[in-house]
Unconditional design. Structure first.
Length: 291
């Protein structure tokens, strides 16, 4: 199923002079999450206005995220193993084909092979080139960034909170090194995260973020990266991606803090719902949703 994505309000030849982009033209495709069976939203990579997972096709690369009602997917919570397996099965995904890493808010990315360990070492991102494998990270306000190289068909997924911002470039570099990925052939999706509407942080963190990723000025792809005392994780990542030559970015517009279908560390506190973000080749006709 496709998300209700909307004609882009921003895109095309925005002026971001001085950012050193290889190609000035880029496209942002905003969308909202549509949940199915209340447990799963899935969405496509989009390139030149076309979803790369056309509805009706039997199998295609796709991105997914679990809802709060699917339960926490945290790898630190024993009961979550059941939630994850139930969710994978509902997507038609064999739990034995799923790769994860032990997330530590780093900028480390693992280049995986089908024979790599399925629960990997400390890292916050993974790439793989295998149509039978799936990558999963958990998020609850942090930003999941999904990447797909339309030429090599390799894909990646990173967990990018304020501390790990920049990890998306590590993933791209690894894709270039391993698969000769060209950034202009990459489709990216910036998934749901806490929006700049709700992400106020302390002054020191604002300053650090501003120094590294850009401040309140400038016509960056998504506008300012810092807004008063709030950070915009998606704007920072969009800027990094566009700067690196990526031209096609789908943008989830749902804020985890405000949308109660979503897990949010800030809203829910210590018993927060970690959502699973997943990427891989999904087979819609094999899905068995039953919660
Ligand atoms: Zn918000």
């Amino acid at each position: 199923m496709l998300p209700n994505w909307i004609t882009p309000p921003y895109n095309h030849n925005r002026d971001f002079t001085g950012l050193g982009t290889r190609d000035r033209e880029f496209h942002i495709y905003p969308f909202h999450l549509v949940f199915q069976e209340e447990t799963t939203a899935w969405f496509s990579f989009i390139m030149d206005g076309e979803a790369l997972a056309p509805q009706g096709e039997n199998s295609s690369i796709a991105c997914a995220i679990s809802s709060r009602s699917a339960g926490t997917m945290s790898f630190k919570v024993p009961a979550a193993t059941l939630h994850r397996h139930r969710w994978y099965t509902s997507l038609g995904v064999d739990p034995g084909q799923v790769f994860t890493c032990t997330q530590v808010h780093s900028r480390e990315v693992l280049a995986l092979e089908p024979e790599s360990p399925h629960e990997g070492p400390f890292a916050d991102g993974m790439i793989i080139q295998d149509p039978r494998s799936y990558l999963v990270v958990t998020v609850a306000d942090c930003l999941p960034v999904y990447l797909y190289d339309t030429e090599s068909r390799g894909f990646g997924l990173v967990h990018s909170g304020w501390k790990g911002t920049g990890i998306v470039i590590k993933a791209l570099q690894l894709m270039e090194a391993r698969w000769h990925t060209r950034p202009e052939a990459v489709a990216a999706v910036l998934g749901p995260c806490i929006g700049s509407c709700c992400y106020q942080v302390e002054e020191a963190r604002v300053q650090g973020f501003e120094q590294e990723f850009g401040g309140p000025d400038g016509a960056y792809p998504l506008g300012p990266v810092v807004k008063g005392s709030a950070l915009d994780l998606q704007a920072a990542n969009a800027r990094l991606l566009v700067n690196a030559g990526v031209r096609h970015i789908a943008l989830c517009q749902d804020c985890t803090f405000m949308d109660e279908r979503l897990g949010s560390f800030r809203r829910e506190g210590p018993s927060y719902t970690a959502m699973a973000a997943l990427v891989g080749v999904l087979h819609p006709h094999e899905r068995k949703i039953r919660f």
